[in-house]
Design a protein around this ligand. Structure first.
Ligand code: 0WD
Ligand code: CA
Length: 381
C-alpha cells in the first residue's frame, strides 16, 4: 500500500498548504501568569519629512507641551496635508534594520514588524469588530510580519476618506497632537516663543501627516526576540534616546457622568492604548477628552503600567496576561509553520530565492487561520 513517490509528494504539498487554525483563548480562562516582557531598548530612531522622505535623524521629534483649555480640534481642518495611503509594507523598518545600529540585533531577532501589527495580534482575544490579515515570511529563521489590507479594510479606508464626519474625527486626533507638541522643549523656549504660541491660540502648526518620528526597539516576549518600530508622538521634557520619556497622545469622547456604557467603552479602549504603548516601552499616555463637535474638555495622563490594574476585576474587563500569553502562542505557531517550511527549503543562497509568503487571517471571536500562498497569489512589487 506504499504510495508512489509522486503521490506522496502531492499529499505532502497539500498538507503543507492547507490552512491551519489557532482558536482564541477563553477571555476569562483561569489566569496564567504573564510571560516576562523585557523593557524595550531603543536601537535607532528615524523621521519622515513633510515630503514623506525617510531620514535617519530626529527632525520629526516633538516635545510635549500642555494644550490650551477648551481647544478647538476642528481648527485649520482645511489646511491638513494628508499623507497618501501606503500599503502597509515594511519598507521603512527594513531600511532601519540594515543600519549598523540595528544589524547585529536583526540577525538575532525572531520577529521583525511594526508595533501596530503586534498591537493587533495581542489585542485579538478581546477584539469584537475588526478582522485583519497579515503576510508572514521567514528568512533565516526570522519572521517578518506585514499588514495585508483586506478588501474589507480597503473599503473601510475609502469610507473614512470620503465620509466627512469620519474624516473630521480622524483630524481631531491630529489637531490634538499639534496643540500638545512643540519643536523645542517648552522649558527652553524664550518668552517670545511662548507669547507667539499663545497668540496662535496654542496651535503648534498645521497638520501634515507625512511627518512622523519613529523609534526602533528590541525587546523580548518570554524567550522570543522581537524587533519593532513604531511612531512616537512626543517626549516629555527631554529626549534620552530611550523610551523612558516617550508620550503617546490620544483623544477620546467625553465620559458622561454616571453613564456606565461610556465608562465600559472607554475601558475597553484602554486595552488598545495599553498594548500599543507597552510594546514600545512608552510609559505615559495623555488623553484629551472632547465633545462630539471637537471641543477639548479635559486632559488626563495615565501611566501605562498602571492601566491593567484600573480595569482588573471589573465585569467584562480585559486581562493583559491573556494577551501576552496569546502573543507568545501566536508567534510560536507562526514559527512552527512558517519558519520550518521556509528553512527546510534550504535554498537561501540561490540567487533569486524568495521566501514563501503565508497569509494569516484573523476573524473576531473565532481566531486565526494560516495558509501558504501559491506563487500565483504573491503580488510582485
Ligand atoms: O500596520 C501598521 N501599523 C502600519 C504602519 C501599516 C502601514 C504603515 N505603517 C507605518 C506608519 O505609518 C508608521 O510610519 O508604520 C509606522 C509605525 O506605525 P505603528 O506605530 O506601528 O502604527 P500604529 O501603532 O498602528 O499607529 C501609530 C500612529 C497612529 O496614532 P494613533 O494615536 O491613532 O494610534 O501612526 C499613525 C496614527 O497617528 N498611523 C496612521 N496614520 C495614517 N494612516 C496609519 C495610517 N494608515 N497607521 C498608523
Ligand atoms: Ca497618538
Amino acid at each position: 500500500e506504499e504510495p508512489s513517490d509522486e503521490k506522496n509528494h502531492q499529499t505532502q504539498r497539500r498538507r503543507i498548504s492547507a490552512p491551519t487554525r489557532l482558536p482564541l483563548p477563553q477571555r476569562d480562562a483561569p489566569a496564567r501568569p504573564s510571560p516576562p516582557f523585557q523593557l524595550p531598548f531603543q536601537l535607532l530612531s528615524f523621521s519622515y519629512t513633510p515630503e514623506r522622505e525617510l531620514v535617519f535623524d530626529d527632525s520629526a521629534l516633538r516635545y510635549y507641551i500642555d494644550p490650551p483649555q477648551r481647544a478647538d480640534l476642528t481648527y485649520r481642518y482645511d489646511d491638513w496635508t494628508k499623507r497618501e495611503e501606503e500599503r502597509g509594507r515594511l519598507d521603512g523598518l527594513l531600511r532601519a534594520c540594515v543600519r549598523d545600529e540595528v544589524e547585529p540585533e536583526r540577525v538575532r531577532a525572531n520577529v521583525i514588524t511594526w508595533r501596530g501589527i503586534l498591537t493587533k495580534i495581542l489585542g485579538s482575544p478581546y477584539e469584537d469588530r475588526d478582522s485583519w490579515e497579515l503576510n508572514v515570511m521567514s528568512v533565516n529563521g526570522t519572521l517578518y510580519l506585514e499588514e495585508h489590507p483586506s478588501q474589507a479594510k480597503l473599503a473601510d479606508m475609502r469610507m473614512t476618506d470620503t465620509d466627512p464626519k469620519r474624516r473630521l474625527q480622524t483630524y481631531f486626533g491630529y489637531s490634538f497632537e499639534s496643540y500638545c507638541t512643540s519643536e523645542k522643549p517648552p522649558r527652553t523656549m524664550t518668552r517670545e516663543e511662548h507669547d507667539e504660541r499663545d497668540w496662535a491660540g496654542g496651535w503648534g502648526g498645521d497638520v501634515n501627516t507625512n511627518v512622523q518620528w519613529c523609534s526602533v526597539v528590541k525587546t523580548k516576549l518570554d524567550n522570543i526576540r522581537v524587533l519593532c518600530g513604531g511612531e512616537v508622538d512626543c517626549v516629555r521634557d527631554r529626549y534620552t534616546k530611550q523610551p523612558d520619556t516617550f508620550v503617546e497622545l490620544k483623544t477620546s469622547m467625553n465620559i458622561r457622568r454616571g453613564n456606565d456604557v461610556d465608562v465600559l467603552r472607554f475601558e475597553k479602549k484602554l486595552l488598545k492604548f495599553y498594548l500599543q504603548s507597552f510594546l514600545l516601552g512608552v510609559p505615559e499616555i495623555v488623553v484629551g477628552f472632547r465633545t462630539p463637535a471637537g471641543e477639548l474638555t479635559a486632559l488626563e495622563s495615565y501611566k501605562t503600567i498602571e492601566l491593567p490594574r484600573r480595569v482588573r476585576g471589573k465585569p467584562g474587563a480585559w486581562d493583559a496576561s491573556v494577551c501576552l500569553n496569546w502573543g507568545c502562542d501566536v508567534l510560536r505557531f507562526l514559527h512552527r509553520s512558517v519558519s520550518r517550511d521556509s528553512d527546510s527549503q534550504n535554498l537561501h543562497d540561490e540567487k533569486d530565492w524568495r521566501p514563501p509568503v503565508w497569509r494569516l487571517k484573523f476573524e473576531p471571536r473565532k481566531g486565526l487561520e494560516l495558509r501558504r500562498l501559491e506563487l500565483s497569489e504573491v503580488e510582485d512589487e
